[in-house]
Design a protein around this ligand. Structure first.
Ligand SMILES: Cc1ncc(COP(=O)(O)O)c(C=O)c1O
Length: 378
């Protein structure tokens, strides 16, 4: 039985943002929630906690240990858990904690647009100056441009790996260049690896902690995306072996922000749902092929180059002749995608499509794109 097989009727009962933000006739393929049922192991752990009335504070380091075991088994990454891994609240607040420890107001922080919109909030929103080094046309890191900017010694570089929205899985060689260059110029490398467990079958994810220079990097991650647990705010701040001074200075409240149920849910996912995440990754890879085929046959003006990671598709709608693609798709075709301009001012003609849905819903979404273009397009 496919994991991505929930029907629209089943999903409409949900009360989360994806399913409630828009009118009920709008098909939502926008915010990064997955159309999956809870993994049975996660459901069981939560059900048992509910039965016990077990709603107190979290205790222990089970989440950090479960992550370290997963990282060793899946990526061959050996972490010194107690020394390197701190349990925290969600990923963005973990990044905020690291940036507030390693940078000061007015400092420059590098990001790579188009990029997950809260990367601007966690930097510019806290009085850091944003330095943009855009991805290349092909959606990859622009290493020559990055090297040039890093040589001017900004305070930090906030990297998304794999990249949201393009789905680029940075190679070991790219990460090594980034990590060693950051170290050479004293730039603090902070890497968001929340999407790491969703990569196409056969594709290898490399953690920034696993390359030369990575001893000085700090990674922030969680089970929130790959196992669809954003309802449960938990995260991990993982320092390279040379970052003990940073980890020691993290704001104390950031290390108390994880909830007890969140810890239990994320731990169960890490421990018991690895096969599940492999299966869902394969289904997402199939959805990427399906989307590419559907667009090629029914909407050839839409340009889509599938990334190897994440369940996100980054689609260039420039040639469709729509004045405001995301708005037009939503208001005319009744299908919601994330607007490209949220990720970069230069990408207002792009949309991000959430592929963590059934092939049936994805096909319906493309039908609605076609109807939009027929009604509005040039
Ligand atoms: C790259 C990236 N980082 C962080 C998050 C959010 O994580 P959290 O809710 O743990 O802050 C998302 C959610 O889509 C994401 O795509």
């Amino acid at each position: 039985m496919p994991i991505l097989s929930l029907t629209e009727a089943e999903l409409r009962a949900r009360r989360s943002m994806k399913w409630r933000a828009f009118a009920p006739d709008i098909l939502p393929l926008w915010v990064a929630e997955m159309d999956v049922a809870l993994h049975p192991a996660v459901r069981e752990v939560l059900r048992e906690a509910a039965d016990r009335g077990d709603t107190g504070y979290p205790h222990g380091r089970a989440y950090a240990e479960a992550f370290a075991a997963m990282a060793a088994e899946v990526w061959g990454l050996q972490l010194d858990g107690p020394r390197q891994i701190k349990q925290s609240g969600d990923v963005m607040n973990g990044i905020l904690a690291v940036l507030s420890t390693t940078t000061a107001p007015g400092d420059r922080v590098v990001i790579n647009p188009p990029v997950y919109p809260p990367f601007r909030q966690v930097t510019g929103g806290y009085d850091r100056q944003i330095v943009e080094v855009p991805l290349t046309e092909a959606g990859r890191l622009d290493l020559p441009a990055l090297t040039e900017v890093l040589a001017t010694r900004p305070a930090a570089y906030l990297l998304c790996s794999p990249h949201n929205p393009t789905g680029a899985v940075h190679t070991r060689a790219e990460l090594e260049t980034v990590a060693t260059t950051c170290h050479e110029y004293g730039v603090q490398l902070v890497v968001d690896e929340i999407h790491a467990r969703i990569v196409d079958p056969g594709v290898r994810f490399t953690s920034a902690l696993d390359v030369p220079g990575g001893e000085h990097a700090v990674v922030v991650t969680s089970a929130g995306k790959a196992w669809n647990l954003p309802a449960f705010k938990a995260g991990l701040i993982i320092g390279g072996l040379q970052t003990s001074d940073i980890l020691a200075k993290l704001p104390p409240l950031a290390l108390q922000a994880m909830g007890h149920w969140a810890s239990m849910a994320h731990t169960a996912a890490m421990r018991e749902a690895q096969d599940w995440v492999d299966q869902v990754s394969a289904e997402i890879a199939a959805n990427k092929v399906l989307l590419a085929e559907l667009l090629a046959s029914t909407l050839p003006g839409a340009r889509y180059q599938p990334g190897e990671g994440t369940y996100l598709a980054w689609v260039d709608c420039t040639a469709l002749g729509l004045p405001h693609p995301a708005h037009d798709f939503r208001e005319v075709g009744r299908v919601a995608f994330s607007p490209g301009r949220d990720f970069s001012a230069a990408h207002s003609q792009w949309v991000r499509i959430n592929l963590a849905c059934s092939p049936t819903l994805l096909t319906e979404a493309v039908d609605r794109m076609v109807a939009t273009v027929e009604a509005v397009g040039a």
